[in-house]
Design a binder for this molecule. Structure first.
Ligand code: ADP
Length: 243
């Protein structure tokens, strides 16, 4: 259902993605691992066209984008297929939790307000924030703010949710509650691509693990394969350092 072919991206002379091929099936949870600077975040941002890739093709469901000749319409359609959960939550500070979740439904998807409100309440309840609908981000903990970020992505009912190191800005005691919510929605069969350094989470929750280094996919496989018997030296070294 998601297929990336030959994705490249450069910032000036720095080629950050050197031809990424990746396929993700419906309902799969794919974890992307790799050292800092290996291009993981850039890859996620290219999938959502927050960064324009250089070359390659992105297919999500019925949306097909050839990166070097995509029309504005193609890009708009592609962007609606995914939703991003950011490291720094990226909530509107002057809007309540409920308003933050409703925003994309009303403004971007142009859905009726009543229906949007109902759906937003439902997803906020799902992430355990049913009692915080009217709270502003400043009144919420980091873990709660990130759960609003997850609710906002879920409400859009995208074909895939892209998580960019969703727990890396959190104090250690708040990481668990956010991972628990991600686990719960993974069990519901929502397709996800997750960049994370949380190895036990990656091991438990993912169906497929991708190891990136230097803008390429060095190795990929099941969590058992990658964590249990990595083949490539770079993967072995990385796992040794991080675990
Ligand atoms: P990772 O997520 O694996 O840590 P990133 O995708 O964030 O890696 O970054 C990969 C490389 O791209 C880094 O060298 C980084 O400095 C560079 N980079 C990322 N975003 C930009 C940008 N907007 N402008 C210039 N260079 C960037």
């Amino acid at each position: 259902m998601i297929k990336l072919t030959g994705i490249t991206k450069s910032f000036g002379r720095n080629q950050v993605l050197k031809g990424i091929d990746l396929q993700v099936n419906k309902g799969e949870v794919v974890v992307i691992l790799g050292p800092s600077g290996s291009g993981k975040t850039t890859l996620l941002r290219c999938i959502n066209y927050l960064e324009k890739p250089g070359e390659g093709q992105i297919v999500i469901g019925d949306s097909i984008v050839d990166c070097n000749r995509a029309s504005k319409q193609d890009i708009l359609q592609l962007r609606r297929k995914s939703a991003m959960v950011f490291q720094q939550y990226n909530l509107f500070k002057h809007k309540t939790a409920l308003e933050n979740v409703m925003e994309g439904l009303v403004i971007v998807q142009k859905r009726p307000k009543d229906e949007s409100r109902e759906r937003s309440v439902r997803v906020l309840e799902k992430v355990g924030l049913g009692s915080k609908l009217d709270a502003y981000p400043s009144e919420l903990s980091g873990g709660q703010q990130q759960r609003v970020g997850i609710a906002r992505a879920l409400a859009l009912e995208p074909e895939v949710i892209l998580f960019d190191e969703p727990t890396s800005a959190l104090d250690p005691e708040l990481v668990g509650e956010v991972l628990e919510v991600i686990r719960k929605i993974a069990r519901e069969g929502i397709t996800m691509i997750v960049v994370t350094h949380e190895m036990s989470f990656a091991r438990d929750v993912s169906n497929h693990v991708v190891f990136m280094d230097g803008g390429v996919i060095v190795e990929e496989g099941t969590p058992q394969e990658i964590f249990g018997s990595p083949k490539e030296e770079r993967t072995k070294q990385f796992l040794k350092r991080i675990t």
